[in-house]
Design a protein around this ligand. Structure first.
Ligand code: NAD
Length: 360
């Protein structure tokens, strides 16, 4: 049997790391039928839109996708394809394990954290009002009637919805993940002391759901600013972290830093019976086409995909092969070398090839 998977190579360094992951996944012996589709800046040239309908159709049909990163222009240009994909396909949970790998230069050696980020709402919902626009002025006028705090007329406004439905769903996902994966504790991260209603709701639902798992999974909560400090000081105090969208995004990069960088941080976006696997990192345009960047994050995203498919043995083999190549330190990219200008660093393709070699 073979698995039909939508492959979205992405743009920037996306196609290079996606190809590396594809090659390593195939080297496990599991059979895949890839349905390759284009999204991002390449799709604009061909379809006039960064997220053509046929991409969504393909993922909806195959129920599983492997995706390279896609550029999002800052401030202007098209909205994030990555965020749109998660919203359109209702991939409500973003799962990002951050686990130390021996051989990777880092101030920490025993990091084993899992981030569960809510993917569909919060300030990432994309409900925004541009400064000076008619509807923005209207909104400001309405808000002035509804509450006493002054809002400057020259403001831009982004809306932060946090719902009971989405919060219950993400909390259940985090606790079920903890249970299935034999984790001990879930920590809900928030800023409920300031955002009493939105983050307050997130926290109160976290407490409610935690009660259903009492005696099985420990629960704590932490303010996001305090968590940022605690993670750097005492990362071993945490296990599974569950966060609203924006904090989840920021803390994911922090955790990637704890394990030694974005080059080794994998991720998955999961909905009901549908999932899209992608690295935490972006499209790093300055390295595009140079066969230079680290393919590990994307390969380990492939490991998460194998686990999701129930191919545990292949997942363990690919994870181990990747860890061995890194531990050996010979066929690794520049970012995994002691010095970044080490001339013995290999390229993306060569590192992937070394991993495949261990699987044969
Ligand atoms: P980035 O993650 O692309 O790169 C930041 C830096 O991290 C790079 O300059 C590089 O030094 C390092 N890095 C990233 N990936 C690496 C790898 N595989 N190996 C070695 N080093 C690596 O972040 P950015 O520069 O802020 O964003 C670039 C673009 O990517 C933006 O348009 C952003 O919106 C987009 N982005 C996309 C996704 C996604 O597709 N899911 C995620 C984050 C950012």
């Amino acid at each position: 049997m073979s698995y039909k998977v939508t492959l979205i190579p992405g743009d920037g360094i996306g196609p290079e790391v996606a190809q590396a992951a594809r090659q390593c996944l195939e080297a496990t012996g599991i059979r895949f039928e890839w349905e390759e589709v284009i999204a991002g800046s390449l799709a604009i040239k061909e379809f006039g839109t960064p997220l053509p309908e046929y991409v969504l159709k393909s993922v909806r049909k195959n129920r599983i996708a492997l995706k390279g990163p896609i550029i999002t222009p800052i401030g202007t240009g098209f909205r994030s394809v990555n965020v749109a994909l998660r919203q359109e396909l209702n991939l409500f949970a973003c799962l990002r394990p951050a686990k130390s790998i021996p051989g990777v230069k880092s101030s920490y050696s025993n990091i084993d954290l899992v981030i569960v980020r809510e993917n569909t709402e919060d300030l990432y919902a994309g409900i925004e009002f541009e400064e000076g626009k008619e509807e923005t002025i209207q909104l400001i006028n309405i808000l002035q009637k509804l509450q006493p705090k002054k809002i400057r007329k020259c403001s831009a406004i982004s809306i932060k919805p946090i719902s009971v439905t989405a919060t219950e769903r993400i909390m259940k996902f985090a606790f079920e993940y903890a249970l299935k994966n034999k984790r001990e504790k879930v920590t809900a991260v928030h800023k409920a002391n300031i955002m009493k209603f939105s983050d307050g709701l997130f926290l109160s639902i976290a407490r409610k759901i935690a009660k259903q798992y009492a005696g099985k999974i420990e629960f704590s909560d932490c303010l996001v600013d305090n968590l940022s400090m605690q993670l750097v000081k005492n990362p071993e105090d945490f296990d599974v972290l569950v966060l609203p969208n924006l904090y989840g995004d920021i803390i994911s990069d922090l955790c990637a830093g704890l394990i030694g960088g974005l080059g080794i941080a994998p991720g998955a976006n999961i909905g009901n019976g549908i999932a899209c696997f992608e690295a935490v990192h972006g499209s790093a345009p300055k390295y595009s086409g140079l066969n230079k960047v680290n393919p590990t994050a994307m390969i380990l995203s492939g490991v998460l995909m194998l686990r999701y498919l129930g191919e545990e043995k292949a997942a363990v083999r690919l994870e181990e092969a990747t860890r061995q190549v890194i531990a050996q330190g010979k066929f690794v990219t520049y970012d995994l070398k002691e010095r970044r200008d080490d001339p013995t660093a290999v390229g993306t393709r060569e590192m992937a090839e070394a991993i495949c070699e261990r699987l044969r």
